[in-house]
Design a protein around this ligand. Sequence first.
Ligand code: PBG
Length: 322
Amino acid sequence: MLSRPRRLRTSQAMRDLVADVSLEPQNLILPLFVKEGIDQPQPVPTMPGVVQHSEQSILSALDEAIAVGLKAVMIFAVPLERDATGSVACQTDGILNRVIRNARAHAGDSLVLIADLCLDEFTDHGHCGVLDASGAVDNDATVSLYCQMAVELGRAGADLLGTSGMMDGQVGHIRVALDQAGLVSTGVLAYAAKFASGFYGPFRQAVESQFAGDRKGYQQDYRRTRESELEIRQDISEGADIVMVKPALAYLDIVRAAAEISEVPVAAYLVSGEYAMVEAAAAAGVLDRDAAIFEMLYALRRAGAQLICTYWALEFARKIAR
Ligand code: PBG
């Protein structure tokens, strides 16, 4: 027996020596929720450990993120008022724009601020865009609202806009709108391959979405293998600065495909349902929580994700640093 692969597994030092995948705090992006009109953080029942922040407490969360070595947070806002067109999203002093402005003033350049750019948190029907007469999401009308929202968020100080709505042409139109407003340094983190998924349930509770139904008319169908490559190439050609695959665990093949074809950094979003699933199993005593989470994070790195958007970012950045 010439080859004995076990020789390279004999000690922790040996295993560390030959490991070729790493996980560092800068690989992790922390999603944060902020709710208008509360003065204390409120737990999200379906996501143990996750809260809706107040406008004040989110600033402390930024300090914590910086302290553990994270480089980016992704901010989602829960407004008090919703309407058919999600008009608060485009108001200069609307909740998300206001929070980004305050976060920028608070954190300076020590943290990359990513703002969610989508209307679902702002519409009373919960869809990611505005509806046409038949009740379907109107792609082009939605994209023009995204452009207005993009300019507001860019002016407020967002570094990157997380385009999570899956409208056709959104990245290119937003890029042009930003440039015309002089916001040439505001970038786009494109949710390039985002699937209509059963794993978003807890998130919808976190943003108190009024949504009933599905998003299959605009998010991808998981029965198609190669469509993601089209979405990714298209977003890159429209000017995306980073491309993201979402969800993550059930889509490792897509993460790998993205890493192979993309010249820009690839991110993967370990979504709320994936988080809740592990937390529930751990709470039931059926798996070793930390071991399972590390294994998932490394799996994403191995598949080719440079960045991982995860609700465990703060806690696991701390564990890595230790
Ligand atoms: C839509 C959006 C969703 C998530 C992030 N952005 C929900 C959806 O598409 O229905 C889900 C994130 C998660 O589940 O963690 N703006």
